[in-house]
Design a protein around this ligand. Structure first.
Ligand SMILES: CC(C)(COP(=O)(O)OP(=O)(O)OC[C@H]1O[C@@H](n2cnc3c(N)ncnc32)[C@H](O)[C@@H]1OP(=O)(O)O)[C@@H](O)C(=O)NCCC(=O)NCCS
Length: 148
């Protein structure tokens, strides 16, 4: 007779990962549709790019869906104009049990590369990895960079 014993389900923790494994860079050319009443780019457009880049980095680290839980900081350093190529670079800074903190740096340059590259914004956001029932689920630990 076949053994009817049911083996216990063991959910092995996923191995720790370095921040480089989940880095994301998103670039987008700003148009006149993105401007505010002052003629510069609306802060919400920049915030969306930051949230998109950070969310992709968090989802990569978590190897699945992760939702924005908090915007810890958002800094606008210089105005952005229509015709600027915005580049957002997102990198994991911390991984908790189910949450992750992602830092994003945004630079701007003219779309045809005729000007300097300027740092225009930074953001720090917290994401929580979720399962199919939208409940928090564990994420891999973050490996510290090797000492130089
Ligand atoms: C984010 C969310 C999943 C957290 O669910 P929850 O049941 O309250 O989570 P818990 O209290 O069990 O906390 C889980 C983790 O999230 C962290 N967390 C929860 N809310 C947080 C907040 N506002 N800021 C920072 N971290 C937060 C906790 O510290 C914990 O971290 P840890 O596991 O690494 O220690 C839930 O609040 C949610 O679904 N919010 C809406 C998300 C959303 O729609 N975002 C916009 C679109 S992506």
């Amino acid at each position: 007779m076949a053994d009817q014993t049911v083996a216990p389900v063991v959910s092995a923790a996923k191995p720790a990962k370095p921040a480089q494994a989940s880095e994301v860079t998103l670039a987008h050319i700003m148009s006149e549709h993105d401007t505010n009443l002052y003629g510069t780019i609306h802060g919400g457009v920049v915030m969306k790019l930051i949230d998109d880049a950070a969310g992709a980095a968090a989802a990569r680290h978590a190897e699945g869906p992760a939702v924005t839980a908090a915007v810890d900081s958002m800094t606008f350093l210089a105005p952005v104009r229509a015709g600027d190529l915005l580049t957002a670079h997102a990198e994991l800074e911390r991984a908790g049990r189910t949450s992750m903190t992602v830092h994003v740096t945004v630079t701007a340059e003219r779309w045809n590369a005729t000007g300097p590259v300027t740092r225009v914004a930074t953001g720090r956001l917290t994401f929580v990895a979720i399962d199919a029932d939208s409940h928090p689920r564990p994420v891999p630990a973050l490996l510290e960079p090797a000492a130089a």
